[in-house]
Every structure is written in structure tokens, then in C-alpha cells.
Design a protein around this ligand. Structure first.
Ligand SMILES: Nc1ncnc2c1ncn2[C@@H]1O[C@H](COP(=O)(O)OP(=O)(O)OP(=O)(O)O)[C@@H](O)[C@H]1O
Length: 591
């Protein structure tokens, strides 16, 4: 193993105390920090565990630090054999694999294998290194979900008659299959791209299962308050279409966040009221936008659903996964041979955008570029000559933002909440990064100044009329959730109100009661998840950006209902398509 690099010996005092440079890091850990392959927190966790557990072997500390990095990047564990593929990691700095495995397995910090002791902070299983609590969560998810895959008896005659009634069209085949699958096992993973009928299927599935099991207790949930509100609204609209018998059988369905369903305990984000000891009372638990559920939350959910109840996970595994570690939905789709139904027929999403999304999903960069370059009223590719778009290259974006601003400010001045909310959904500017030339901060300021110049609206002060706002914290008092968006509108007098919700049912909140908000003239693709807009412009970062992934491009493109404009270099498009996110986990591995 190596000695500290020459650069670390001549570091400036500023470097020494920078947040990313642990001053106590030595040897290979220091070199990996210098190479930006590790940050201070990775090294800190490893050295603290080493100090507590009496482990000084640099090879073990290196494995732990790289595992912490992997968690930071969304993986659940680190396969030591793949450490050399991590960005910034110089293979020459890594120990020989056999020697490395042996050192980790004999460490007093490490439980060796699935039968290893339960009181060690780190676990090694088949070449993968976990912080032990993630391994335990993975075991819970695997055990609880796999146990639900056994076939269960159900009233076939009642189900068939309900399915024929609820899905009368010949081409509803996949949706009918999904309902049968939900009846025949206690786990269903229902996937599909935007507008493929997932929510419609959920509503009709509840009705069909309620026909076979009168009195069925149903819980609907989603990872965010916004997604839960959207689920509730869509399911309620679908139920309205049912005949009286099915409507009565289903009753009123309320959707909540997964956290609230499990019984949030104040002061703890990881412990809930409901769990193995006190399971949820429901017979059917349906979780929408399940791609955003982390491993940890999925483990708590899986424990809390009664073993004899049904769990239905609904989502699009090709979208960006949860911010926290784990991509459980994707892992389940990749590893389960039963219990997964994918809806493929796009009911709403325009065919042209559907083809583009499919080409991204399939990883076919040539097809993606050809579809983008073909350009029509649904898609536009602004191929920038350099990494930064010129004024001419962003002229179309500017025109869209200005027309968006006119609609927002016009409706706001009239005090017309519905028109303001309708305008809000007309266009959204999406970016991969928060900071930098291709980041939200820069482009939001740009958009705000364009709107101010075009409309004469003031761009300062807390509540300028027409300003779009994003709620950044859940607030029970006002019923607003992190991720909700609204528009400042006139109260008809000298003051302002903020309109939230949907255009057909706006919710008006006094400015004094509005929770923590920020202007939302542009947002990250991550933030845009769970929402759709008429027109979307996505500005890609340089091809080298680590955030530029297939899931990012897919999520951005599928936020558009009718038009998407991609601004960037062809290299950036190719880089995105070529880089599916690989989140390491043991869930994909056979048992
Ligand atoms: N079997 C069907 N027959 C006719 N229309 C349908 C059918 N299934 C879905 N739709 C319609 O297709 C549109 C999209 O359906 P839905 O909202 O259920 O899709 P989704 O996959 O949940 O979309 P998203 O991912 O955006 O939430 C809706 O307008 C819905 O009414």
C-alpha cells in the first residue's frame, strides 16, 4: 500500500481545513481523498469504526470508507471486486482482491457471511461489504417480499366477473393480468412508463378485489405528500366512473405518505408505530411511485404489512431512484420471476415522446439522437456547439419562459387562481445540477430576469405577483407538502395570496400562513419527479458530469406531456444514455 502523495505534503492551510479533506487521513485514504474518490465523511466513519473496534488494517478501513461512499451514491453495499470501477479510484491503489477479501473477513469489525455474528457494524457476504444495518434491511425486504409470492386461493368467479366488468376493452389485457396477479399472490409489482394506466389499474384493482373480499380494508400511500395527493385525486376520479355497486364496494379511499401510514414518530425518521409487533390493519396496501422508496423505508413497510395482507408496489423503475440508498423497485423487477406485471400501452403520453422515452430506456443512443434531431411539434434538440449554450441557442427557451411568465403574471394580476395554476403547469425548466453554469441557481435567475423584462413584473420582494413557488417542508397546519408548487396572485386588493393545488380546485393560502417556500423558475430533474408539465426544457450538463445518467434523461423527458426540448451537446446525450445508474445491492443476487 502507498504513502501519502506529494501533493498532500505541500497542501495549503486552506486545503487542510476544507470540508472534504480530512486532516487525519493517511496513506491510501488520503490519496483517494486527493483524487476526489472519497470525502471526509467516508474516511471519518471508517477511522472511527476502526478506533472503536481496534482495527488498524488500512485495507479494512479502505473497504469501509469505499462502502460509505457507495451508500452516499445510492448503493446499498460495495462489491469489492468492482471498487476499481468507481470514479476516481486508481486500481494501483487497491489491494489484491484475494488479500483484500481475506483482510475484511477476518476483521473484528466484520461479520463474515449471513451466519456471522449479529453485533458487528460491518458485514461481508459473497464479496459484498455492507454497513450491517443495510444488510439487515435488505434481508427484511427479501424475506418479507419473497414470502408473499406464494400462490393464494381467491374467489375466481367473483374476480373474473369484476375484471370483465371493469376492463371491458379487448386491449386492456395487461391491466386485467395485473388484477389477477394481485389476487393470486400477496405481492404485485406493477410497472410502466407515464400514462400507461397504472393509477387506473390501481383503482379498478381495488374494486375487483373488494368484489372478492367484501369489507376489504385498503391503504393507499406514496413516498411524498405530493405524490399521495395526486394518487388520491386520480383514484377518486376513476372511482367516479364506476357503476354504483363497485363505487359502494370501494367506498372512500384516502392516500397518505408511507411515513404517515406507518405512524410517524416525532423525532425519528426510522422508527414507526407500525411494524412486526403492531402490523397495519389493512388487507391491501398499495404504494405508488415506489421507485422513490429507499431500502430502509421498504424494509419498514414490508415488516408492517400483515403477512396475510396484499402489498402492491406501483412505479416506473426506469426513473431516478430514491435519494437515499437502494433502488428496490428496480431490483425487484430485475430479480423476480413472478409477481411483476409491466404495462406497456401508452394511453396518454404522446406517441412521439413515448418512442423517445423507450429509446432512452433501451440505451439506444443513435435512436435517441435520431428521434431528437427529427424534431417536430413534440420535440426539439438544440445541439449546442460548446458546453455553454449561446444566446441564439436558447432563443426558443427564452420565448417559452417569456410566454409562461406572461400567462403567470397576467393571471396573478387578475387574481385568477385557476388560470395561474394552469399557467404554472405549462412549462418547466429542468436541470441536473443545483449550482454551476448548467445548474438551477443560474437558470432560475436567468428565467426570472427574462420574465421581468418581458412583463414588467418586479423580480424582488417576497411576494411578487406571478412568482411560482415551491414548498420545501411538509406543513400539517396548512396541508401543504414538500414539493407542492403554487403561484403568488393578487387578493383583489393591495395584498397577495398564494394559489396551490390543481387548477380546477385551487387552494388559497394567505402569505402569512405559507410554509417554507422558494421561487421555482427552474428545478432539478429529481424535484420534477412525480409531476408532469405541458412543455419541458431540459438543459444537459457537460458529458463528464457524474449526474448525467440514463435515468436522469428518461425522468426529464417523461415529465413532458406534449413537448420536450433538450439543450446540450450530442456527446452529453450519448453520455447520459450510455450510463445507466448501477446501484449495488444484494437484492438482485439469487438467494
Ligand atoms: N384501460 C383503459 N382504457 C381507457 N383509458 C385508460 C385505460 N387505462 C388508463 N386509461 C387512461 O389513460 C390515462 C393515463 O392513465 P393513468 O393515469 O392511470 O396512467 P399512469 O401510468 O398512472 O400515469 P402516471 O405515471 O403519469 O401516473 C388516463 O387518462 C386514463 O383515464
Amino acid at each position: 500500500m502507498s504513502t501519502p502523495s506529494a501533493t498532500s505534503d505541500v497542501e495549503s492551510s486552506e486545503d487542510r481545513f476544507s470540508a472534504s479533506r480530512p486532516w487525519r487521513a493517511k496513506g491510501v485514504l488520503a490519496r483517494l481523498v486527493d483524487a476526489d474518490a472519497l470525502v471526509s465523511a467516508d474516511v471519518h466513519v471508517a477511522t472511527r469504526l476502526g478506533a472503536i473496534g481496534g482495527e488498524a488494517d488500512e485495507q479494512v478501513l479502505l473497504a469501509i470508507a469505499l462502502t460509505v461512499r457507495a451508500l452516499r451514491e445510492g448503493s446499498v453495499c460495495l462489491a469489492l471486486g468492482e471498487a476499481a470501477t468507481l470514479d476516481g479510484v486508481d486500481t494501483a491503489l487497491l489491494p489484491a482482491l484475494d488479500e483484500w477479501h481475506a483482510a475484511v473477513r477476518r476483521s473484528p469489525l466484520v461479520a463474515d457471511g449471513v451466519t456471522g455474528p449479529a453485533d458487528r457494524p460491518v458485514r461481508w457476504v459473497d464479496g459484498r461489504v455492507y454497513l450491517d444495518r443495510y444488510w439487515r434491511d435488505e434481508q427484511v425486504v427479501r424475506r418479507e417480499l419473497h414470502a408473499r409470492l406464494a400462490l393464494v386461493p381467491f374467489d375466481e368467479a367473483a374476480l373474473n366477473s369484476a375484471v370483465s366488468r371493469l376492463f371491458p376493452r379487448p386491449d386492456d389485457g395487461h391491466q386485467r393480468e395485473a388484477v389477477r396477479a394481485a389476487a393470486s399472490r400477496r405481492l404485485l409489482v406493477l410497472t410502466g412508463g407515464p400514462g400507461t394506466g397504472k393509477t387506473t389499474t390501481v383503482a379498478r384493482m381495488v374494486a375487483a378485489l373488494a368484489a372478492t373480499e367484501p369489507g376489504l380494508r385498503v391503504a393507499l400511500a406514496a413516498p411524498t405528500g405530493k405524490a399521495a395527493a395526486r394518487l388520491q385525486e386520480s383514484v377518486a376520479a376513476e372511482i367516479e366512473q364506476f357503476g354504483a355497486t363497485d363505487r359502494d364496494a370501494v367506498g372512500h379511499l384516502h392516500a397518505s405518505t408511507v411515513h404517515r401510514l406507518l405512524g410517524w414518530r416525532p423525532g425519528s425518521t426510522t422508527r414507526f408505530l407500525h411494524g412486526t409487533q403492531r402490523p397495519l390493519p389493512h388487507d391491501l396496501v398499495i404504494v405508488d411511485e415506489a421507485s422513490m422508496v429507499s431500502l430502509e423505508l421498504m424494509a419498514r413497510l414490508a415488516e408492517a404489512v400483515r403477512p396475510d395482507a396484499r402489498l402492491v408496489l406501483v412505479g416506473d423503475p426506469d426513473q431516478l431512484a430514491s435519494v437515499e440508498a437502494g433502488a428496490v423497485l428496480g431490483d425487484l423487477v430485475a430479480s423476480l420471476s413472478t409477481g411483476v406485471v409491466r404495462l406497456t400501452r401508452a394511453h396518454r403520453f404522446g406517441a412521439e415522446l413515448g418512442a423517445l422515452a423507450e429509446a432512452i430506456r433501451a440505451g439506444d443512443a443513435d435512436a435517441v439522437l435520431a428521434l431528437l434531431r427529427a424534431g417536430d411539434e413534440h420535440r426539439e434538440f438544440i445541439e449546442t456547439a460548446g458546453e455553454r449554450a449561446s444566446a441564439a441557442e436558447i432563443a426558443g427557451l427564452r420565448a417559452d419562459v417569456e410566454s409562461w411568465g406572461h400567462a403567470l403574471v397576467g393571471a396573478a394580476r387578475q387574481g385568477d387562481a385557476s388560470a395561474a395554476l394552469e399557467a404554472l403547469g405549462r412549462h418547466r425548466l429542468l436541470l441536473a445540477h443545483r449550482e454551476g453554469p448548467a445548474g438551477v441557481a443560474h437558470w432560475a435567475a436567468q428565467a426570472e430576469s427574462w420574465i421581468a423584462a418581458a412583463t414588467g413584473a418586479r423580480a424582488w420582494g417576497m411576494w411578487p405577483l406571478g412568482r411560482p413557488l415551491l414548498v420545501t417542508q411538509n406543513d400539517r397546519a396548512s396541508g401543504l407538502f414538500n414539493g407542492d408548487t403554487g403561484v403568488v396572485i393578487s387578493d383583489g386588493d393591495d395584498g397577495a395570496l398564494v394559489a396551490f393545488g390543481e387548477p380546477h380546485s385551487p387552494m388559497l393560502v394567505r402569505t402569512s400562513r405559507v410554509p417554507v417556500v422558494e421561487p421555482v423558475l427552474a428545478m432539478t430533474v429529481h424535484r420534477g419527479q412525480g409531476s408532469q408539465f405541458e412543455r419541458v426544457t431540459v438543459i444537459l450538463p457537460p458529458a463528464q458530469s457524474p449526474l448525467l445518467t440514463r435515468e436522469l434523461l428518461y425522468t426529464a423527458v417523461t415529465r413532458a406531456r406534449s413537448f420536450v426540448r433538450v439543450i446540450g451537446t450530442p456527446d452529453a446525450v450519448r453520455a447520459a444514455v450510455a450510463r445507466p445508474v448501477r446501484r449495488a445491492s444484494g437484492l438482485r443476487e439469487p438467494e
